[in-house]
Design a binder for this molecule. Structure first.
Ligand SMILES: [Zn+2]
Ligand SMILES: [Zn+2]
Length: 286
């Protein structure tokens, strides 16, 4: 299995669209790995993870052709992960996709379905998926959505959550994904806080080959519920190792950075020993 990191930033990108903070000035000056587009990835060239506003640029940059993509997994409906109006371009006049097997299925939560509803057509379908209910994609990936601690508010949401002894609500059921094929397991852990006890129970004893962890808060400690930083990523590596989901062979990747907490690449590497620090265009085969 291999994963291509197409975009490795949070919603605002790095440098952020309208920002002159120190991190953004650094990124503009240095370029290269410090420039990060909005989040998205691609597994084995065929399984798309999230479809944010930079997906088109990322298609061109990697010389890809999304015409025959069959499956897109959406983590949640925030605009940096789901550009419904871009997916809407998969319909006739805007797109011609030849062959009988030309349907692309977008898997996601109820909110994703609401946003896509008016765009569905013979080339684009949607399927709602739920935490801990495994399904199989057309390419033969076994996918299990997990329960993400994201889209979290203190009050006023449809989806109650008790997390580390505190009660919250969520505006939607955000998901992250366990992806399995040919005895390989990829855990794509974006966007979420440290995993719930139900997630940890589900993952216990499963050998994960690659674990990709949210690092939005970067060097900041416990800045926002709904995301992780370096310290949380280290905690997660310890916890996943303790419950038998990871071992010395598991590749850990930190990904999804924000200008608020990110530091230059070498500094991120020092904060996260043993982790691969994701950058746009990084490909890892495992
Ligand atoms: Zn995000
Ligand atoms: Zn900035």
């Amino acid at each position: 299995m291999k994963i291509l990191y197409q975009g490795t930033a949070a919603a605002e990108g790095i440098p952020a669209l309208f920002c002159e903070c120190e991190a953004c000035r650094h990124a503009r000056a240095v370029g290269g790995h410090e420039i990060r587009m909005r989040s998205g990835a691609l597994v084995d060239g065929v399984l798309k993870l999230d479809f944010g506003p930079d997906s088109y640029r990322q298609e061109l940059d990697a010389h890809l052709d999304y015409s025959h993509l069959k499956s897109v997994l959406i983590t949640h409906s925030h605009e940096d992960h789901l550009s419904a109006h871009e997916l809407a371009l998969r319909r006739e006049v805007y797109a011609y996709v030849y062959g009988e097997d030309n349907v692309m299925t977008v898997y996601g939560n109820a909110r994703t379905g609401d946003l896509l509803a008016k765009y569905l057509n013979p080339l684009l379908e949607y399927r709602q998926v739920f935490p801990f209910e495994t399904f199989e994609t057309a390419e033969g990936y076994r996918v299990t959505p997990l329960d993400a601690v994201h889209c979290v508010w203190d009050q006023g949401g449809m989806y109650p959550l008790t997390y580390k002894g505190k009660k919250y609500f969520r505006s939607e059921q955000a998901l992250f994904y366990l992806i399995e094929k040919d005895d390989k397991r990829l855990l794509y852990g974006h966007d979420t806080s440290e995993f719930t006890s139900e997630d940890m129970e589900f993952l216990a004893g499963k050998h994960l080959d690659l674990v990709s962890l949210d690092c939005t808060n970067g060097a900041l400690v416990n800045k926002w519920v709904g995301h992780m930083g370096c310290e949380n990523d280290l905690n997660m590596r310890r916890a996943l190792t303790e419950n038998g989901a990871a071992d010395g062979r598991t590749v850990f990747v930190a990904n999804h950075f924000s200008h608020n907490g990110v530091r230059p690449e070498a500094e991120m590497q020092q904060l996260l020993p043993g982790f691969i620090i994701a950058y746009d265009g990084l490909e890892i085969e495992f």
